[in-house]
Design a protein around this ligand. Structure first.
Ligand SMILES: Nc1ncnc2c1ncn2[C@@H]1O[C@H](COP(=O)(O)OP(=O)(O)OP(=O)(O)O)[C@@H](O)[C@H]1O
Length: 307
């Protein structure tokens, strides 16, 4: 039967036209009567490998194994999307490359990450990795400019940022094979989306510059608080001062410093006005009657991180 099937050179979906499944003998026999049209369960492009495998099975003649389907003219590919491209069943990602190329002329890195995620979700590029490699530098510029993160840390940051956008569209970066094996994304995947968002907050140059501008008293407070943070000790500090004496200025410098070192700084306030003044602050509701019960408006998961 193998020989006959090979001589017919039919595709996987054409197979039932020529053969019937004999359930009692658990084998295929040559069809002697009746007609049948082979069908393969549909798969949407967003299903990734499954979609490409289906495409290949409707085209490749006489496939003998998954490996065989992924091999063309002696070239072995690692995955079905690549094989589909190699066999010429799909066009290249030129239009998506052109889109990102053009956008990179006037879009900020953060916006580029969002656009990249949108393309992944809605235009299903054949080779997301090739697109990522081509535009990784553009999307990394904000973090690279800080000059404090290693290349690998920057990559994680940008991938986290992209993952945040993907999750807001109901997807996850793990579906796109973008995370290099050298990077452990397990911790990141286990975190909540809100925490990832906290970690990817862009720090303003003004706030970073504020560190060098602190006056003597501010510097003193900055040093004491920073030391406590970086030695991983708990602490509570009360900053008092008349209006306009630079308390908020100090908070902004502290937040910028902590966030720029790839630590998470969760800024919480108890009033809406303060929330609008501090960068990326969250409104905190303190229930004093029941002692230390915290609730962060719209960010309940973050509440667990408040010590
Ligand atoms: N070290 C500094 N160098 C330059 N400008 C500073 C410095 N400290 C504070 N300022 C500026 O002084 C002004 C008042 O500071 P800030 O808003 O931090 O005060 P505040 O104590 O938080 O006031 P309030 O209690 O009224 O909210 C701001 O414009 C701030 O940018």
């Amino acid at each position: 039967m193998n020989k006959e099937a090979q001589n017919l050179k039919c595709t996987y979906s054409e197979f039932p036209q020529f053969f019937v499944w004999k359930a009692d003998k658990r084998m295929w026999k040559i069809r002697e009567q009746g007609d049948s049209i082979g069908r393969i369960v549909t798969a949407h492009p967003t299903e990734g490998e499954r979609y490409y495998l289906r495409l290949l099975l409707t085209k490749v003649r006489c496939p003998t194994s998954f490996f065989d389907v992924r091999t063309f003219n002696g070239v072995q590919t690692a995955a079905f999307p690549e094989a589909t491209l190699l066999r010429g069943y799909l066009q290249h990602d030129d239009s998506q490359q052109l889109c990102l190329q053009e956008a990179s002329l006037f879009h900020m890195p953060y916006e580029m990450s969002r656009l990249f995620a949108t393309l992944l979700v809605y235009l299903y590029p054949n080779d997301p990795m090739a697109l990522w490699l081509k535009f990784e530098d553009v999307m990394s510029e904000d973090y690279a400019r800080l000059n404090i993160l290693t290349a690998s840390q920057i990559r994680v940051k940008v991938l986290e940022q992209i993952n945040g956008f993907l999750e807001s569209m109901g997807k996850n970066i793990s579906s796109y094979n973008l995370v290099p094996p050298s990077i452990s994304f397990t911790d990141v995947e286990n975190e909540t989306r809100e925490l990832r968002a906290e970690r990817s907050i862009a720090i303003s140059a003004n706030d970073l510059n504020a560190i060098a501008m602190l006056n003597t008293k501010q510097k003193e407070a900055f040093k004491i608080i920073s030391e406590r943070v970086y030695t991983n000790k708990r602490g509570a500090f009360f900053i008092a001062g008349l209006g306009g004496t630079g308390k908020t200025f100090l908070y902004r410098a502290l937040l910028a410093n902590v966030r720029s070192k790839a630590f998470t700084a969760l800024a919480t306030t108890t009033s809406d006005i303060a929330t609008s003044i501090l960068p990326e602050a969250k409104r905190l509701i303190l229930d004093l009657r029941h002692q230390q019960i915290f609730h962060l408006v719209q960010h309940a998961k973050l509440a667990n991180k408040v010590h």
